[in-house]
Design a protein around this ligand. Structure first.
Ligand SMILES: O=P(O)(O)OC[C@@]1(O)O[C@H](CO)[C@@H](O)[C@@H]1O
Ligand SMILES: [Mg+2]
Ligand SMILES: [Mg+2]
Length: 281
């Protein structure tokens, strides 16, 4: 598999770039907005078109590989991570940004074997930044090596998190309570890019010390998780334990010292797992 992983990586980069071109072109036109799990969980025809383009391209080259794609799952496909080679795809991470032309929009493609992410590609389309990682081979942005921040003092840190798309008052309260706790540590700042994939690339780039979220999905974080760990960071559950990509909980941090401080501030809850949730709306 070693050499074929490089073939997978090269192909994922090429497909992500092609997908990014479609996203950029679509930004110039009208975007018809539809909703999924809630009134603020948005999807457009471009999300669906880009996902089809990625899956069709990959199937031509790797006909036996499996897929977990955000929009295919929304249309009723199983969201099941097996040991088989699997492409984990978010065609547009940051659809709300895309709809509003808020300039952080990513194509995220992870590739897993034996349930472990081996290749991660996040293309931040509008910044034209191609983030890549292969397990054991480092993380890169446009070919330049990435390294997480060396900061060990949480008070000198920026922490990224997201508000998510669940507007259940109890969930919103928990999300805000965690943010308030983190802000009051104090930290230099709390930020939301509006895309989990780009938040993780910001950790990998050393711009923010940590990103945490409860409620995102496997396609939001599969690629980014490898990019963070290959840049020297840690990817954990929000309770500080081992991450489970299907559990919809993640904490990506530059080092253990920062991670431990953030873990203490997060109000924990468990959304339905990706492999247990009925995604079809
Ligand atoms: O729907 P999309 O645009 O692919 O995902 C975007 C997003 O809202 O999903 C997660 C919350 O569920 C967030 O991390 C991320 O910002
Ligand atoms: Mg997403
Ligand atoms: Mg998406």
């Amino acid at each position: 598999m070693a050499d074929s992983l490089q073939t997978v990586m090269d192909y994922a980069v090429a497909v992500a770039r092609k997908a990014g071109e479609v996203v950029q072109t679509a930004l110039a036109g009208d975007r018809k907005v539809m909703t999924k799990s809630s009134a603020v969980d948005l999807v457009t025809q471009t999300d669906q078109k880009v996902e089809k383009l990625i899956i069709q391209s990959v199937k031509e080259k790797f006909p036996t590989h499996r897929f977990i794609g955000e929009e295919s799952v929304a249309a009723g496909e199983a969201c099941e991570l097996t040991n088989e080679p699997t492409w984990i795809i978010d065609p547009i991470d940051g659809t709300t940004n895309f709809v509003h032309s808020f300039p952080f929009v990513a194509v995220s493609i992870g590739f897993s074997v034996n349930k472990q992410v081996e290749v991660g590609v996040v293309y931040s389309c509008l910044e034209d930044k191609m983030f890549t990682a292969r397990r054991g081979r480092g993380a890169f942005c446009n070919g330049e090596p990435l390294q997480v921040s060396e900061q060990t003092d949480v008070h000198q840190s920026i922490i990224a998190t997201e508000f998510g798309s669940n507007r259940d008052p109890e969930v919103v309260d928990k999300i805000f309570c965690s943010m308030k706790n983190v802000l009051k540590l104090p930290v230099h700042g709390v930020r939301s890019a509006g895309t989990a994939a780009i938040n993780m690339c910001l950790v990998a780039s050393g711009c923010v010390e940590a990103y945490y979220e409860i409620g995102m999905h496997v396609w939001d974080i599969a690629a980014g998780s490898l990019i963070v760990s290959e840049a020297g960071g840690l990817v954990l559950d929000v309770d500080g334990g081992q991450v489970d990509l299907m559990s919809r909980r993640v904490l990506a941090a530059n080092n253990r010292s920062i991670a431990e401080k953030i873990v203490k501030e997060i109000v924990l809850f468990r959304p339905p797992r990706d492999d247990a949730l009925d995604h079809k709306q």
